[in-house]
Design a protein around this ligand. Sequence first.
Ligand code: ADP
Ligand code: MG
Length: 334
Amino acid sequence: MQTAKQPIVQLEAVAKSYGAAVALAQLDLTVYAGEFFTLLGPSGSGKTTTLRLIAGFERPDKGRIMLDGQDVAALPPFARAVNTVFQDYALFPHLTLVENVAYGLRAKNMPKAEAHAEAEKALAAVQLADFAGRKPAQLSGGQRQRVALARAMVNKPRVLLLDEPLGALDLKLRHQMQTELKRLQHETGITFIYVTHDQDEALSMSDRIAVFSQGRIEQIGTAFDLYERPASVFVADFVGSSNLLGGSTLLRPEKVRLLAAGAEAPENHAAQPGVVREATYLGAVTRYQVALADGTSLNVMESNALPVGERLRLAAGDAVLAVWPRDAARKIGN
Ligand code: ADP
Ligand code: MG
């Protein structure tokens, strides 16, 4: 993220309904130049609608949308300094990659030789320089996604809007492309507004994240803010897994340790006896479900970092003492 905090996209009190369905209730949002900003939320929470409003494919019912400090209400999509990358890529099948990427430049009357030179540079940036003469059908899904990126970036937009761009890729490719996208964003300095429903993706890529629920933003913050200081039960639950003690006190599963029953609790720790109900070995970690004496069901995630000989190897039915640092249990909203 760049140091100068220059607002580049601002939404003020934006509302949008489709007939009786409220897609966005009342949205305020400021994205700064150079940020990797993510809209995170479940399906139907209003993420795509927000992107389409910024791009100009939709008009807000109420409120203002500003790009670089200028109200863009009257501007059609092509007149806004933003480009969108969709999940389905939307490449032209009969054109080569270089023709696909050069298409927008040619439409703006750039001479062919110059447009192709720019397109080749953009293809090189996404590591497809050697594929310039191929057609989209001759590419893998991940490669097609990169062409779509090159095609958006060749226009040198101030802001790139990406709507679940990796949703169609398998997990391994998705991880590769996440790294690639971060690199491209860093190298070009273009502001990215990225939509995903995948909290891991959001946490690992973003400078800041807005968590959406039912057409509203529940919280805006860094990955750390959202995970360590969720503003609502919804955010606590959606971002990472959680225990809610007494309905409103958050205790993350990895902050709990399980000691043998009868052990003494360390200083400054809360302690509760319980019984292991389920133990699932997951390689790097083991996940436990523990029934506490007061009736609470506690999720626990323990690192398997200790040497095998030094670990308690707990199984269902074992009596334990669950302990956690007192300050690891936080009242939500504080
Ligand atoms: P997301 O991208 O978070 O899944 P959307 O912004 O696509 O959510 O949708 C938000 C809400 O608006 C949903 O309830 C959806 O059904 C509704 N919606 C979106 N687009 C339309 C449309 N063109 N017509 C009617 N309802 C729509
Ligand atoms: Mg969507």
